[in-house]
Design a protein. Structure first.
Length: 254
């Protein structure tokens, strides 16, 4: 009697399935590799475009050159008015505008040295150069603000420069009673002076000068803007420089 053979499963379908899965994995891997490759290419292209943008004014490939604006003059917006104390010939070719602080030791130094020489020079005596004073009271100087206001109160009585000189002669005594005593010393109308000082009537002028100083590039005192009134050229001198340096700055503008 013949034994019945058991049915054996065919391996061909399983092999075919394995081949399909292998092919699928290969395609997936290849697809991922391609995507990474494209990402790299995309990043490189983006980087190149950004570099082009930086060097071509935001993807503007026009080759026309920009016109360079001329550099602004120091103190270009500075204005000298009839309200500013002026020493010398008002029609002088050159004006030196000083931004000063009555409590500043360097302002006293330039007053005692360079500006004293200026007053004795032919520049001043011949009416070639005049001097204008504007205020720049520094925050760290407790008496500078009121001293500046006091000098402007004296200016209302046409005695700014007399008061200016007395303050620098007594720079260590600048409280309110001292400032009022100096008014007596130079024969001011003390009632008018004291009212002006006590009520802060000159504070607006001092503040206006301070703002002009900042706009003119001042970062400390003394600070000078030198102006050729005929051609508009301007220069600056910073600090308590010797008179020879002022002469050089003046001559360079003529």
């Amino acid at each position: 009697m013949k034994k019945k053979r058991g049915k054996t499963k065919s391996v061909r379908p399983e092999v075919a399935k394995l081949k399909r899965e292998k092919t699928k994995r290969t395609r997936t891997k290849s697809s991922l590799t391609s995507r990474k490759k494209y990402w790299r290419i995309g990043i490189i292209i983006l980087a190149v475009l950004l570099m082009i943008g930086l060097f071509s004014n935001g993807f503007d490939f026009k080759t026309s050159e920009k016109k360079e604006e001329p550099p602004s003059l120091p103190g270009a917006t500075l204005q000298v008015t009839s309200a500013d104390p002026l020493l010398g010939d008002e029609n002088a070719e050159i004006t030196m505008v000083e931004f000063g602080d009555f409590q500043c030791p360097f302002c006293k130094k330039v007053h005692d040295e360079a500006l004293a020489e200026f007053r004795n020079s032919n520049y001043f005596k011949n009416g070639e150069v005049n001097l204008v004073y504007k205020h720049l009271p520094l925050r760290g100087h407790a008496f500078a603000q009121k001293a500046a206001e006091a000098s402007e109160c004296a200016n209302r009585q046409d005695k700014f420069w007399e008061y200016h000189d007395v303050i620098f002669e007594n720079q260590q005594a600048l409280d309110i009673p001292d400032l009022k005593q100096y008014a007596v010393q130079i024969d001011l109308d003390t009632n008018e002076f004291n009212k002006c000082l006590d009520e802060g009537e000159a504070s607006a002028k001092v503040l206006s000068d301070l703002n002009e100083a900042i706009d003119s590039g001042a970062r400390g005192t003394p600070y000078f803007v030198i102006i050729n009134n005929e051609n508009g050229q301007r220069g600056t001198v910073t600090g308590a420089q010797p008179w020879v340096n002022f002469k050089t700055a003046i001559d360079s503008l003529r």
